[in-house]
Design a protein around this ligand. Sequence first.
Ligand code: PEP
Ligand code: MN
Length: 359
Amino acid sequence: MQAPTLLPTSQVTAKKLVVGPCSAESWEQLLQTAYQIAANYPHAIFRAGVWKPRTVPGLFEGAGTDALPWLADVKKQTGLLVATEVATAKHVEKVLEYGIDVVWVGARTTVNPFFVQEIAQALKGVKIPVLVKNPLHPDLKLWLGAIERIKKSGIDDITAVHRGFYTYEKTAYRNTPRWELLLELKLLQPDLQVICDISHIAGNTVLLAQVAQQGLDLNVDGLMVETHFNPQQAKSDAQQQITPEQLHLLLSTLKYRQPHFKDVTLKNALQQLRLQIDGIDAEILKLLSQRMELVTDIAALKDAAQVSIFQIERWRSILDQALVQADTLGLHADFVKNLFIQIHDESIRIQSAILNKNC
Ligand code: PEP
Ligand code: MN
């Protein structure tokens, strides 16, 4: 089939692409997939899990060390850089023996500082890029801790991989993205490269484009996408893999926006709007401060009357009023509810400090 012509190649190539099957199943599967990827994305990093961490036993756990020569051959034949997951020092040793270009630390390994330390130790003195996936649960400290351990072993090319977070409740995603955590990570480590593993977030092919676009809109530095020449036959994560052709279509239809304004007129217009927003933000804070002063007066009355801090009817009426007003003002109900929960929490904290000052 003819490749789609929509591809804004220069914009895609500015992003790091880590693509390839969930697991390395056979030499043929790797080469077929890799050749098709290399045709459009010669700069991509070809991924394939050699040792697969499966949640329950009895499933395909990867071809193991046997698959390393296959990956080495992919590199030789297609020129793609090749990557695989390492979870133990032994894995690192084997991967280095076969000249694998990039390694990643999986979500089930990032959770365990002992394993991460073991990997870091094995990587000492080696020049290899390392991708570190977020831990299964939303713990930024643990993620950054893993990155720091790897960094301390002398690795300077480290990329964080956002692959979403496990929740017991079922959602549309396999792993919920919790984009706000990505933003927090950026605030803490502005220079850290971050790519988004859209396949493990989505867990299916339908949500891939939406997740990828959201990631790009938050300025991620690249994407990881599980890609298999024949996804239906995949031995792991069949439901979320796409063909190289579908990958090409996906990457071609995404919007790659600039991180900054180039047009001066538009940039000035933005500046004006931001100034207005800054003014409104300052007003919001002043009003919040006035509100909390009134809370202090209320606390004094409750203290004098020995009345409890929390009153359900009052809380319910505050929320109801806010939600009615939100509706007329066109504000999202969840947003306003969460905002008022925060305000109310702070109000209770202030009153508690006053009423319990002698406790
Ligand atoms: C994978 O990338 O194939 C994988 C096992 O991912 P994760 O560690 O994010 O679950
Ligand atoms: Mn997978």
